[in-house]
Design a protein around this ligand. Sequence first.
Ligand code: PGA
Length: 278
Amino acid sequence: MGFDRGDGGAEGSGGCREHSVRGARVLVFEDSRDACREAAARLVEIAREAIRERDKAVLGLATGKTPLGVYAALAQTHKEGLFSFRNVTTYNLDEYYPMSPRDPNSYRTFMHRHLFSQVDLAPNRAHVPDGTVPAAFADETGAAYDRWIEADGGLDAQLLGIGRNGHIGFNEPSETALEEALRSPTRLVELDVMTRHDAAADFGGLEQVPTRAVTMGMKSILGARSILVLAFGSNKAGAVANALQGHPTALVPASLLQTVSERVTWMLDPDSARGLDF
Ligand code: PGA
């Protein structure tokens, strides 16, 4: 990998241009499929190193359209006999609430289809927040989720997408003070109207989209030793620019990644990067 020369970026590996924006690495790929393959390769590399060092790897995973190519590449790597998930533990970012794990729209179903059923990950090591707990105990269960992550030694890597409103996981834009937002635990949240609109097609209409979700909080996300953020398409350009070049604020949750920028790599395509001022 090279260095940002301030003239359009340096040549990176995997057919990308590499830039540095406020301390974060920003890789711009001509083709989003290459970005997904590169993200999968990095996750495998991080997992291998963690397994070498402490006999296990802990990966934070995301749902949505953006990471589909990452899961396809991970499944392929496993199928080719190049990587086993036997010593891997995963923690997904979020789940709708209330939501049965068997519902076709649940994130548990999504993960089962795209990754869990494709690799040799043990069922008691593939965690997705629980959308079935009583509401009065959702925050308590969220706190337990954070404790599990901590007991596992923290996340070696966290894979992230970004919403058009700048959300990560379902940490939605809010007026919360910066310090409090940075410490937010895994918890029950209300979904932003833009988030619900973006999910309407999957649920067969806005009315069917749950109004709440359980999301991993910023504390566990920002604690990851490596953070990979993927964003593709022009509808993400505004959120990407605000996250990377705006002030860190809970109004743009992804901008909070600036507080740990030395651990963050953004993997973009030219459309999602077009609002950035390199
Ligand atoms: P998407 O969602 O990958 O479906 O665009 C990303 C997100 O909302 O975090």
